[in-house]
Design a protein around this ligand. Structure first.
Ligand code: FCB
Length: 465
């Protein structure tokens, strides 16, 4: 069935809960630029993007949107869009240039000013502590495969919580651990560009330990802080009704969606693999107690679904990937595609939110990212009519409203992203923003989607465009 929600003009408005967070998200490396200013250290993304051949269009984040200097303008944009939540991340190497020890005061001052200005604009700061820009020195010491990193992350968290915790209440520990471990340590397409299944498995465990350690560090500084973490999630749908495909889809779900959530909430790993990888992952006794983190909310990043089918024995024996995880995950092909090639599948958001609600005892959920790359440029009159982006968010919000109606406790939605920015290995070639950025002049222009989203936020109701 082709998933389309007809949003005819006469569709009645769908109300959202009182005090709902209408937010928007960014990440430090993707927008800040100023990669070597005010004492900032080198991150793995600086190193990776400066390595020829790693970024598709040869660009890097040295300047990006220059939000390090233009943050006042960026807050004004959010204010003009009537948003009440901004999810941004802190660059670890701005705070601890070589990953440990004394804080770089200028780095802390930058975020402190940002937080003050957000509060003044009545926008909630939702701070992500780690959105992929690990200090390079820590990678040189083994990066996410070195279990000492969990302690380093806790120390860094402590520094930030002490500096901002008097004003910031809501925190996200890690952004999409599945993405930075698999793309960075297994596929090698993201920083630090490693290619080893063993490194990858170890990195996932260290990330889980860091999540637990970071949680405790924050609560130790600010007992009243609301601490969550952000999980990439993809609706894993069986390709057919067969028992084998359904089992494969369950394995995919356990791995993609629960590998970092279940250790936090339940103190255990789910069981997606064909064998127990604990030895390969170097899981020590009592580690699962350390990984445990009773999160105050679950952050979900949703973009698309996976269609999952069973693998044959011969495939398992010839392809290491299927040997470990016997499930073939493919992109769906029924919905329209965004410019980055991801299938638009709004129904998956409903399914996932309901599944998490059901499986983990109705946790508080925030949608910490959802969005689409459409590279529409300005019309001759300078306006940006990104109607496909409006449709994307409208359809996803309609599914979210349905999940809320069916009992899910969802407190906020953050569109990815405030503005076009540096999209990792895709460089500046994919535009996800509700605000257009001219990379030559750095001029920002609110797109039609930004105007539309602002109207929804003001009314706290989803209406057609
Ligand atoms: C997510 C990342 C975010 C952005 C979007 C498009 O996986 O968290 O930084 O790149 O994808």
């Amino acid at each position: 069935m082709i998933e389309r929600i007809a949003f005819a003009a006469q569709t009645p408005p769908i109300p959202f809960p009182k005090n709902f967070y209408w937010g928007i998200a960014t990440a430090a490396y993707q927008i800040e630029g100023a990669w070597n200013e005010d004492g900032k250290g080198e991150s793995i993304w600086d190193r990776f993007a400066h390595t020829p051949g790693k970024i598709k269009d040869g660009t890097n984040g040295d300047v990006a949107c220059d939000s390090y200097h233009r943050w006042r303008e960026d807050i004004a944009l959010m204010k003009a869009m009537h948003l009440n939540s901004y999810r941004f991340s802190i660059s670890w190497p701005r705070i601890q240039p070589s990953g440990s020890g004394k804080a770089n005061q200028k780095g802390l001052d930058y975020y402190s000013r940002l937080v003050d200005a957000l509060l003044e604009a009545r926008i909630r700061p939702l701070v992500t502590l780690y959105h992929w820009d690990l200090p390079q020195t820590l990678e040189d010491a083994g990066g996410w495969t070195n279990r000492d990193l969990a302690g380093r992350f806790a120390d860094y968290t402590d520094v930030v919580a002490r500096a901002l915790g008097d004003r910031v209440r809501d925190w996200c520990l890690l952004n999409e651990a599945i993405s930075f471990t698999s793309e960075g340590y297994l596929e090698g397409v993201h920083a630090p560009g490693r290619n080893s299944i063993f490194d990858f498995l170890r990195a996932t465990h260290v990330a889980n330990l860091a999540q637990g350690a970071g949680f405790r560090a924050l609560k130790a500084v600010r007992a009243q802080a609301r601490v969550g973490s952000v999980f990439y999630m993809s609706a894993c749908e069986p390709a057919t009704d067969s028992e084998a495909d359904r089992l494969a889809a369950e394995r995919a779900h356990a791995f993609v969606n629960a590998w970092f959530l279940e250790p936090a909430l339940l103190g255990r790993y789910p069981t997606p693999f064909s064998f127990n990888p604990a030895v390969l992952m170097r899981v020590h006794q009592d580690d699962m107690d350390l990984a445990r983190a009773p999160l105050d909310f679950v952050g979900i990043n949703y973009y698309t679904r996976r269609v999952v089918s069973a693998t044959s024995w011969s495939e398992r024996l010839t392809d290491a990937k299927f040997f470990f995880l016997p499930a073939r995950m493919e992109d769906g092909r029924k919905g329209p595609k965004t410019d980055i090639g991801w299938e638009v599948w709004p129904r998956g958001l409903y399914d996932l939110v309901m599944r998490i609600t059901h499986d983990y005892g109705r946790p508080v959920i925030e949608i910490t990212e959802s969005g689409c790359a459409y590279n529409d440029g300005p019309e001759p009159d300078g306006k940006l009519q990104d109607t496909r982006r409006i449709a994307y968010h409208q359809q996803h919000l309609a599914q979210l409203a349905r999940a809320i109606g069916d009992g899910a406790d969802v407190r906020g939605y953050h569109a990815w992203s405030l503005m076009d920015n540096f999209e990792w290995a895709d460089g500046l070639s994919q535009r996800f923003g509700m605000v257009h950025v001219d990379y030559k002049t750095l001029k920002r222009t609110i797109k039609a989607s930004g105007e539309w989203y602002g109207k929804i936020a003001t009314e706290n109701k989803l209406t057609s465009a």
